[in-house]
Design a protein around this ligand. Structure first.
Ligand SMILES: Nc1ncnc2c1ncn2[C@@H]1O[C@H](COP(=O)(O)OP(=O)(O)O)[C@@H](O)[C@H]1O
Ligand SMILES: C[C@@](O)(CCOP(=O)(O)O)CC(=O)O
Length: 538
């Protein structure tokens, strides 16, 4: 594969991509394999920030952080003269993680075939603000779902989570929720959004349980009072991995707060970066279990590591095998939301019924889908594949068209999905397929290079008129990123060290565009350098 440093035309807007050296895919597996990561954590190497907003005497929060061992036990040892040292407080920081699309092989994956999923540039952003020593509370402000909740740290069931046989460490592989721990957590979820409808409360409690289970597993009674503010640019419940993305943000933020992650920093070897991502991914999977019950682990893996993955599930009682595609190309992708509600289980059942009725025909379709995924893996793994070259894009696009046709044959498309395909085909601007379960949800279009702004505008107008949601994204983006400290500028311009992104600014950012403009990983003039990523590619 060629390396590229590019700005592709995207409906008249330049698309930002980064330069990465590329080589063939690694076969390292994340999330679903036996733990090998039991080494003690290296100390974190994020640069400590310049003091912001004037000088802080060290607070007990910072002191506690500095004296908390890897198992969360507080070390009470003080300095020689038993007085507080002047060290900076943990800064306000931010983490961000992407959503995902299934690029090839939805449905056939349910029947043991290989599928490919990849990250997209729609992302969740979580701002973490350490509170002053006197505030012994943990607060969530998640305005996308109108969730606002505060727990008193000292009231939380720490002893149950740290009891012998129950305590889990940051390096553990947790593959199931512990029913006793879930029961201990339950009373602390009961007063979440008490005045909302049952339906809304369920959503709020799922999100709150994801956070609380991770906090109680990774934290300790000495955990610093903190405020977590989350905003996401990923539509919720459209099959684009919004829940995995927030689980990755929460897992990453908590692991950073207990100082069990090394980096990210630019010189970090890929191997070390992958270990950090693996840690985050394992805990994000636990968060996903709180929201979903029985997730496959694919969404959180793609969201943590970014790029793409091939996944296959030959034994349905086990999680799928996940092989990272560290060098998945960055490609311009249009995601269109039909806004048509769909049920993944109903669509999966449809295919199951078809297979019963027409076993040979259905098996041939599924086999053909497997060949499409195989062909796509070969294509993008080939050294000749060049995301800048129209013929490479066309080959990949054709595979998407075939995959969509096969999904139609399985009966999982929907007139609103077909309408998107028709509109895109009419303009001749790219290759479209449904993504995820179908029956509604989203379609993805791989755009031809240099699509004319007029054609793009015409398509946008029609989609708008017909009530579709549209997102201009990039496929194959970075996974979890860290903005440390969370400042608007890099802090180089003046002595004050940059302007802090406080909660108000973040909450007041206007819509998706406002969030992207204020804190976005992908700024108007290319990717923001202040965001750091664990570089997983060799
Ligand atoms: N921005 C967000 N803020 C708070 N919770 C969120 C957010 N995005 C997703 N969630 C949680 O994830 C759930 C959506 O998961 P799911 O239905 O699987 O959709 P998706 O396919 O987008 O992951 C929501 O009901 C909510 O609990
Ligand atoms: C249809 C299926 O292959 C993908 C479902 O994707 P989503 O939940 O719609 O993102 C089901 C599955 O893999 O569990």
């Amino acid at each position: 594969m060629t390396s590229h440093q590019s700005r592709r035309s995207f409906g008249g807007k330049p698309l930002k991509t980064k330069s990465h050296s590329r080589s063939s895919s690694s076969t390292t597996s994340l999330a679903v394999e036996t733990p090998s990561d039991t080494s003690p954590s290296p100390s974190p190497s994020l640069d400590l920030p310049p003091r912001m907003n004037g000088s802080h005497e060290v607070s007990e929060v910072a002191e506690t952080m500095a004296h908390t061992d890897i198992n969360g036990k507080r070390k009470t040892q003080r300095s020689k003269y038993d007085r507080k040292q002047s060290t900076p407080m943990m800064p306000t920081f931010m983490v961000s993680a992407p959503g995902k699309v299934i690029v090839f092989g939805e449905h056939s994956v349910v029947h043991g075939k290989a599928a490919i999923a990849a990250s997209i540039s729609l992302r969740s952003y979580l701002l973490v603000t350490a509170l002053s020593k006197s505030k012994r509370t943990i607060s969530l402000r998640f305005p996308d779902i109108n969730l606002s909740h505060t727990w008193n740290i000292d009231d939380l069931p720490w002893s149950t989570f740290s009891a012998t046989g129950k305590k889990k460490y940051y390096y553990d592989l947790v593959t199931a929720l512990d029913p006793e721990l879930v029961a201990a957590m339950k009373p602390h979820l009961e007063d979440v959004s008490p005045n909302e409808s049952d339906e809304i409360r369920k959503v709020h409690r799922n999100t709150a349980s994801c956070f609380l289970y991770l906090l109680l597993s990774l934290g300790s009674p000495a955990f610093p009072g903190s405020l977590y503010t989350l905003r996401s640019t990923i539509p919720i419940g459209s099959g684009l991995g919004s829940s995995a993305s927030i689980s990755v943000c929460v897992a990453g933020a908590l692991l950073l707060q207990i100082r069990t992650l090394a980096g990210p920093h630019p010189d970090q070897p890929a191997e070390e970066s992958r270990v950090q991502i693996e840690r985050i991914n394992r805990w994000a999977f636990v968060g996903e279990m709180c929201i979903h019950g029985n997730p496959s682990g694919v969404d959180n893996t793609v969201s943590s590591q970014g790029k793409g993955v091939i996944f296959q599930r030959t034994d349905y009682s086990k999680p799928p095998k996940v092989k990272p595609l560290w060098h998945f190309p960055e490609l311009p992708l249009l995601v269109v939301d039909t806004k048509q509600a769909r049920s993944t289980s109903a669509e999966v059942a449809k295919v199951g019924a078809l297979k019963k009725q027409h076993p040979l025909i259905t098996e041939s379709i599924l086999h053909a889908m497997d060949k499409v995924s195989e062909g796509a893996t070969e294509l993008i793994g080939n050294d000749d594949f060049d995301p800048e070259d129209p013929s490479s894009i066309e080959e990949l696009g054709k595979l998407m068209t075939i995959n969509h046709g096969l999904l139609v044959a399985l009966g999982v498309s929907h007139p609103r999905l077909e309408r998107i395909r028709e509109l895109v085909d009419h303009e001749g601007i790219g290759w479209t397929k449904l993504t995820g379960a179908g029956g509604g949800g989203c379609a993805i279009t791989l755009l031809k290079p240099d699509v004319s702004p007029e054609k793009m505008k015409r398509l946008e107008n029609t989609l708008d008129e017909e009530g579709y949601g549209k997102f201009e994204t990039t496929l194959g983006c970075d996974g979890i990123g860290v903005l440390w400290p969370a400042v608007l500028k890099n802090g180089m311009e003046d002595d004050m060290g940059g302007e802090e992104i406080d909660q108000d600014k973040f909450l007041n950012a206007d819509g998706i565009e406002g969030v992207e403009e204020l804190v976005g990983v992908h700024g108007d003039n290319g990717d923001r350098e202040a965001w750091k990523f664990w570089r997983v590619e060799d």
